[in-house]
Design a protein around this ligand. Structure first.
Ligand code: FMN
Length: 192
């Protein structure tokens, strides 16, 4: 693989919040979930699971519970963050949870070492795999995820870290540009 191709894939990946309802090919789903298990993980424990949710009723229940939790969060969040949300048009409504035809819930096993770091590395691998399929997603982190243990029969040692709605893009967003200034230093920290 040409190294420029990987950078190009990373530049193209943007957070997508608007989806068509076209279904996601099962081969794509298979490759995305395979990617989740190819990441490095603490002591190679793969301390996370992914639950695939295609059922529209289940997605509707997840949306309802997420919106309930996020309504409170948005009402009480830090004003600076609220301003950013307002500029982006983000509020407690999560239409993408029912619009995207597939939800991936990724949960960490809190009994395993390095569970959170490993879970997030795995999520990053999935984001790249999703992009490589010309699909989109949003790294959605509901303010409370405990309802997912109940809805998805997940034992209490699992903590859902993210819901990735996956689908075909209904909008086109500009590519990202690398922003290394103030983020990368030669030999020693030199201030932002
Ligand atoms: C840890 C993490 C949590 C995030 N949580 C949310 C979220 O709950 N809702 C949302 O709409 N976007 C969420 N995002 C997406 C970010 O807002 C987005 O990545 C950022 O604005 C940069 O945009 P880009 O992904 O298009 O480069 C999250 C991203 C990360 C990495």
């Amino acid at each position: 693989m040409n190294p420029e191709d990987l950078l190009e894939l990373m530049s193209r990946r943007r957070t997508l919040r608007n989806f068509t309802d076209k279904e996601v090919a099962s081969e794509s789903i298979d490759r995305i979930v395979q990617a989740s298990t190819l990441s490095p993980s603490g002591a190679d424990k793969l301390p996370f699971i992914t639950i695939k949710i295609l059922d529209p009723d289940a997605r509707a229940k997840i949306r309802k519970a997420s919106e309930k939790a996020d309504r409170e969060f948005h009402e009480n969040c830090d004003p600076k963050l609220k301003k950013w949300f307002d500029a982006k048009g983000i509020d407690h409504r999560k239409e993408f949870l029912t619009k995207a035809p597939l939800l991936l819930v990724i949960a960490g096993d809190t009994t395993k070492p390095y569970w959170r770091e490993s879970t997030w590395l795995s999520i990053a691998y999935m984001l790249m795999a999703i992009e490589s399929e010309d699909l989109g997603t949003v790294t959605y982190t509901p303010s409370d995820t405990s309802f997912l243990n109940q809805l998805l029969d997940m034992p209490q040692n699992f903590k859902a870290e993210v819901i990735l709605p996956v689908g075909h893009p209904a909008e086109t967003l500009p590519d990202k540009k690398a922003r290394v200034t103030g983020k990368v230093f030669d030999e020693k920290y030199a201030g932002e």
